[in-house]
Design a protein around this ligand. Structure first.
Ligand code: AP5
Ligand code: MG
Length: 190
């Protein structure tokens, strides 16, 4: 199995680009954000726990998302691999992922990182707020906190995966089509 990590700050275009990637390479898309939003919509206990943290722009506890990921890994068959969108988001989650994969002598294939500057994060999220109505897109304080959380907790993963020789960065500031082409050129190497 191949394990691709789709990395990038909030609003970078991970969800947008994931659709073509999973089709072209027969991957299972796992967005921890989408899974958590579904738990909230279904009113589950996990969703209740996650809601206040997500609405504040904070991360949910590592164990919760690690459990979600492992359960999808176990249940999925018939694909060439996985596209992890929004996971891992902390060094602890990255270590947990390595440990999960090592059980079957597997490892992360590559990190595809879509990079945009902070100001563009705000523009993209504001634009999406008018279309999708996500609770964590609605409020400036929440957006600021998501950006801060990204820099504090998630950005250290850039060095983590560079150290393992797995980090590949794409310029996310072009059009959706520009970014799609750059990702396809990269993915064709794996
Ligand atoms: P999550 O759902 O993962 O949100 P995120 O990381 O903040 O990323 P987004 O979904 O906001 O952005 P995206 O990169 O997918 O951008 P999109 O393609 O939509 O997480 C939400 C929350 O859940 C977290 O804050 C946390 O609380 C919790 N959570 C999730 N995973 C967790 C984990 N592992 N651990 C702990 N907590 C976790 O694009 C954005 C907009 O821009 C769209 O409108 C799109 O149309 C537009 N756009 C995209 N590309 C372009 C382009 N090239 N040019 C112009 N517009 C573009
Ligand atoms: Mg997304």
């Amino acid at each position: 199995m191949k394990y691709f990590i789709l990395f990038g700050p909030p609003g970078a275009g991970k969800g947008t680009q994931a659709t073509a990637m999973v089709e072209n390479y027969n991957l299972r898309h796992i967005s921890t954000g989408e899974l958590l939003r579904k738990e909230i919509a279904d009113g589950t206990e996990l969703g209740l726990k996650a809601k206040s943290l997500i609405d504040a722009g904070a991360l949910v506890p590592d164990e919760i998302v690690e459990g979600m990921i492992e359960s999808v890994f176990r249940k999925t068959t018939g694909v060439n691999g996985f596209l992890l969108d929004g996971f891992p988001r902390t060094v602890a989650q990255a270590d947990a992922l390595d440990a999960m994969l090592a059980k079957n002598s597997e490892e992360v294939t590559a990190v595809v990182s879509i990079m945009i500057p902070d100001e563009m994060i705000r523009e993209r999220i504001k634009h999406r707020a008018s279309i999708e109505g996500r609770a964590d897109d609605a409020n400036d304080d929440t957006i600021s906190n998501r950006i801060r959380t990204y820099h504090d907790k998630t950005e250290p993963l850039v060095e983590y995966y560079k150290g393992k020789g797995k980090y590949h960065e794409i310029d996310g500031t072009g059009t959706i089509e520009d970014v799609r082409k750059a990702i396809a050129a990269l993915m064709d190497r794996f």
